[in-house]
Write a protein that binds this ligand. Structure first.
Ligand code: IPD
Ligand code: CA
Length: 267
């Protein structure tokens, strides 16, 4: 078995190095560098270069591990016992529009479960990390989900549908339910950070559908290890490829799950 406590700071350093690259690139970024992968799925040379940097560093760290990466700059292999799941730039739309919230997300999977997760949020220089059974930290200090038990005291986060509009009606009904019954709902534009902020108690909960494995793999572990609960819209264990996610503190989990299943169904 891999020595996770030893691996963790090394992966944090690699995430920080990629984040530093993103920060310097944003300062001189221009729209001509953007292209479209599909509807509203933006990409640029920056995403790809950051991914190459991560693949090279993580490959040196653990040569036996495979890769599942957003930009596909390396051959994809999730059959290995261990594989890395990488989003080199989560929040690409924020990045290309000059907004300051975006992140690097790295998970190490063992038998298809995240056992190490690191999310580095570049704008605030915050590094969230977790190892299975070893808790979650924010810049090295322990992080925990909030103790809030009531929706009326909760700040929630979500992501608006931007390419799969099949669930929009139920999504709108869910928002309408939450508007008057919570302190508000945020859409900050990076799922990895939504999960990190839930893990450290800034958000009581986060829900979204239409996600990819690299958006959530690290963040799922961050929330679980911080004392929170994670499932998909079906109420299942939220495998990283389940596309929908509900991640909350323990106190509001039941309420959020009930509202989403009532309005969106099993998504
Ligand atoms: C996106 C962000 C966004 C979420 C989308 C993701 P990207 O990732 O995480 O918050 O709403 O579903 O695809 O494209 O910026 O890597
Ligand atoms: Ca992403």
């Amino acid at each position: 078995m891999i020595d996770l406590p030893n691996l963790r700071p090394q992966v944090e350093d690699i995430a920080r190095a990629a984040g530093h690259f993103l920060r310097t690139q944003q300062a001189s970024f221009s729209q001509e560098r953007v292209s479209l992968k599909s509807l509203n799925a933006l990409v640029s040379d920056v995403d790809k270069n950051a991914e190459e940097l991560l693949v090279s560093a993580l490959g040196n760290l653990l040569p036996e591990a495979g890769f599942l990466t957003e930009e596909g700059t390396v051959s994809q292999n999730t059959n290995a016992n261990y594989y890395w799941v990488i989003d080199p730039l989560d929040g690409t739309t924020n990045f290309v529009h000059g907004l300051p919230i975006f992140s690097v997300s790295i998970a190490l999977m063992y038998q298809n479960e995240p056992i190490l997760g690191v999310v580095y949020e570049v704008g605030m220089d915050e590094c969230f990390s977790a190892i299975q059974g070893g808790g979650t930290t924010l810049n090295g200090s322990p992080a925990h989900t909030s103790a809030t038990a009531e929706l009326k005291d909760s700040l929630l986060a979500t992501g608006f549908p931007y390419y799969d509009f099949s669930g929009v009606a139920g999504f709108q009904k869910t928002l309408e339910y939450f508007y008057p019954r919570t302190r508000g709902i945020r859409r900050i534009g990076t799922a990895a950070v939504d999960l990190s902020y839930t893990a450290c108690g800034r958000f009581e909960g986060y829900f979204e559908y239409g996600l990819s494995p690299w958006d959530v793999a690290a963040g799922i572990l961050l929330v679980r290890e911080a004392g929170g609960q994670v499932c998909d819209y079906q109420g299942g264990n939220a495998p990283i490829d389940s596309k929908s996610i509900i991640a909350t503190n323990k106190g509001v989990f039941g309420d959020v799950l009930r509202v989403i299943q009532h309005n969106i169904g099993n998504g």
